[in-house]
Design a binder for this molecule. Structure first.
Ligand code: BG6
Length: 459
């Protein structure tokens, strides 16, 4: 039986820091956070310099895989596509360190840090970004493909485009449905173009995509609710997973979108390319489900609770004529107001396996808490309980025959949370930001090690 991967996941912008080192060029996030005077990832937890210590701690914590992303702004210096050798050298060191500790690297090619020179040319609203992305991905394959055998094209394209183009709380900060549809489409096209490039390069490895997975539940079983749930499935999940795994944009989604958007950028040859170049596996990031009721009234409203503690509010989603999201009152919520619903992970995996029949990795799961990084040993029993329930959900789905091949906690150590900064902590290892960024394992770190040691062999 193949080894199950137990790991931790991070993203370049959220952990590396070193934002002006090694010839890295500015990213969309540098510009956006600097211009808006918000807490940024200039230093983050300095993984750029401390990666060896971080990877060693993962190894000592029993983990056998590390999911990280490559920063496009470190690899490709300009619009012409010139390769920055210093950036390549950094990831060579990082990958080699993983291998020296027998840690399997899983690489995300794009986890939201777009070079600003591309954002200046309309970023993901510009078809040319698909070509620039494919060029960048090919450089990654050529330089790292001898050692990296697990790749994912994008981290959460749906969450990225909704946040950047619909809600407007991430760069470029727009609120425009047409742009959301265009950017999502180009990202999915770029993903297929890159899968094609990977296969044509005959690399010995697998390539997938990571989706922000929100299994949809309905308030009741009425026909109206079932229809609203279908719209919500299209909205949250299908326009990523159906395209990546089956090469199809759902017909009823296109029908609905054609009422309100211009879809002329969707060329027949693109759709054929998407159909022919589907992924080898699916990565699911699971934080919570969504509960849906039929649309009743009001304009499209998307409010997220992700602006730091000072601006906390209750999240709300209404998609006019499609559905409304409901906050289940009987549920438990995290300190950051995310519903805790492990059953959604179990049922979500089952649904996904049944529908796509592709290997699944749980590429992120974790809980954000307020914690004091100065404490010597954080007693994060809430995280332990959360992880215990979610890992059991994964193992139950696996035991019932779903082909789940790995679980990655978000995150192996504290890092920068988009817009929330460093006060929202997810790590198994605390980073003491006030004290030279010292690393201090929390109780969950040892707990995870024990889980891996006890369950790792039996699965
Ligand atoms: C996922 C992202 O959506 O959720 C991560 O892939 C992110 O990059 C994680 O950090 C947790 O979200 P947040 O907003 O609480 O940091």
């Amino acid at each position: 039986m193949k080894e199950f991967l137990w790991g931790g996941a991070t993203a370049s912008y959220q952990c590396e820091g070193g934002f002006q080192e090694g010839n890295r060029v500015p990213s969309n996030w540098d510009r956006y956070l600097h211009e808006n005077g918000l807490e940024n990832g200039d230093v983050a937890c300095d993984h750029y310099h401390r990666y060896e210590e971080d990877i060693r701690m993962m190894k000592e914590g029993g983990q056998n895989s590390y999911r990280f992303s490559i920063a496009w702004p470190r690899i490709i210096s300009n619009r012409k596509g010139d390769v920055n050798e210093e950036g390549v050298a950094f990831y060579n060191r990082l990958i080699d360190t993983c291998l020296s500790y027998e840690i399997v690297p899983m690489v995300t090619i794009f986890h939201w840090d777009l070079p600003q020179y591309l954002e200046d040319e309309s970023g993901w609203l510009n078809r040319k970004t698909c070509e620039a992305y494919t060029h960048y991905a090919k450089v990654c394959f050529e330089r790292f493909g001898d050692r990296v055998k697990l790749w994912t094209t994008f981290n959460e394209p749906r969450y990225y485009t909704f946040s950047g183009y619909l809600i407007g709380n991430y760069p470029p900060g727009h609120q425009n449905l047409q742009e959301t549809v265009t950017a999502s489409y180009y990202m999915m096209l770029a993903s297929a173009m890159t899968v094609k490039a990977y296969r044509e390069g005959s690399y010995d490895g697998k390539i997938g995509i990571v989706h922000s997975f929100s299994p949809v539940y309905g308030v009741d079983m009425t026909v109206k609710t079932q229809i609203a749930m279908r719209y919500a499935e299209n909205f949250y999940n299908n326009w990523i997973l159906d395209v990546a795994a089956m090469g199809q944009i759902p017909g009823d989604l296109l029908d609905k979108l054609s009422d309100c958007c211009d879809l002329s950028m969707m060329l027949p040859e693109d759709l054929e390319l998407m159909q022919r170049h589907t992924v080898d596996f699916i990565g699911l990031n699971y934080y919570a489900r969504v509960m849906i009721k039929p649309y009743e009234t009001g304009e499209t409203t998307l409010i997220v609770n992700n602006k730091g503690s000072k601006e906390k509010g209750t999240s709300q989603t209404i998609v006019k004529d499609w559905f409304e999201q409901v906050r289940p009152k009987e549920s438990r919520y995290t300190e950051w107001d995310t519903e805790i619903f492990p059953r959604g992970l179990y049922e979500g995996i089952r649904r996904c396996w049944k529908k796509y029949h592709l290997p699944i990795y749980i590429t992120e799961n974790g809980i954000g808490l307020y914690e004091d990084g100065a404490e010597e040993k954080i007693d994060d029993r809430e995280r332990i309980e959360f992880m215990n329930q979610h890992i059991n959900a994964v193992l139950n789905a696996k035991e019932e025959g779903c082909d789940v091949r790995g679980f990655y906690v978000w995150s192996p150590f504290d890092l920068y949370s988009w817009k929330n900064g460093t006060e929202k902590r997810y790590g198994l290892v605390a980073v003491d930001y006030e004290n030279g960024l010292a690393r201090k394992p929390k109780k969950s770190y040892e707990w995870y090690k024990e889980v891996i040691e006890s369950k790792g062999n039996s699965i």
